[in-house]
Design a binder for this molecule. Structure first.
Ligand code: SAM
Length: 221
């Protein structure tokens, strides 16, 4: 059996009772980054158990072995943060389990997408999650256009190194868009930078650096 177990995106208090119970019960844990997950297990005093890596660089080699084990054993899938399978290789494991008829148990919890959207103050009735944006400007603009066409709030994973450039591109093309930069969610330095595109772009330029993990939201309404 595979359990898909969400873990906190920053604040360890956000783990669920069920997540801890399932991590205790599992025979082994499938982790994007075993070192990172080992720290989480230690914090919650979960007895040490085998951690099997399933990451971008080893997924093809690791997948058949993990699937064989899941036929007999209980494996818990976790990602570095939040809900596994969202913009990480975990989804390929879930897809393979579905194809093989392996039982799947879902243990929901936090996700940066929903946490950002809930606190942004932008329309939530319709939203489009686009993950990490393409690097080239024409493809990036295409992704933005899909938000405009579908009248959806766009939810984007962005890196601190690229955020200013991305906001500048959006501001150039859609100066009347409303933006929210949701940074370090659930952590000590959580911050929501909200405003019109021009205003947010100006605010970011005033900072010497922008650090931490970021979700960028764009509304065209
Ligand atoms: N599985 C995760 C989830 O449930 O949202 C996200 C994994 S994704 C590979 C990692 C990206 O999520 C980061 O680059 C960042 O854009 C976003 N993210 C993760 N934690 C965050 C946080 N505490 N604050 C803001 N964004 C976060």
């Amino acid at each position: 059996m595979l359990s898909i177990v969400a873990t906190p995106i920053g604040n360890l208090g956000d783990i669920t009772f069920r997540a801890v119970a399932v991590l205790r019960e599992a025979d082994f844990i499938i982790a994007e980054n075993p070192l990172h997950t080992a720290k989480l297990l230690k914090h919650f005093e979960i007895p040490k158990k085998e951690l099997v890596q399933f990451a971008d660089h080893n997924e093809h080699k690791a997948l058949p072995k993990i699937l064989d084990r899941l036929e007999q054993e209980h494996g818990a899938l976790v990602s570095d943060a939040g809900t596994p399978g969202i913009s990480d290789p975990g989804f390929r494991l879930v897809r393979a389990c579905v194809e093989k008829g392996i039982q799947i148990q879902n243990v929901p919890g936090t996700s940066a997408i929903i946490t950002a959207l809930a606190g942004a103050g932008l329309p939530t009735d319709r939203f489009l999650f686009v993950g990490f944006l393409p690097k080239t400007e024409p493809k990036l603009l295409q992704a933005l256009e899909s938000g405009l066409q579908t009248e959806s709030t766009l939810v984007i994973y962005e890196s601190p190194q690229r955020i200013s450039k991305t906001v500048d591109i959006i501001t150039k093309t859609y100066p009347s868009a409303q933006l929210v930069v949701a940074r370090e969610l659930t952590k000590l330095h959580e911050e929501f930078i909200r405003g019109g595109a021009v205003e947010v772009s100006t605010l970011l330029k005033k900072r010497s650096s922008i650090k931490g993990e970021i979700v960028l939201l764009v509304s065209f309404k």
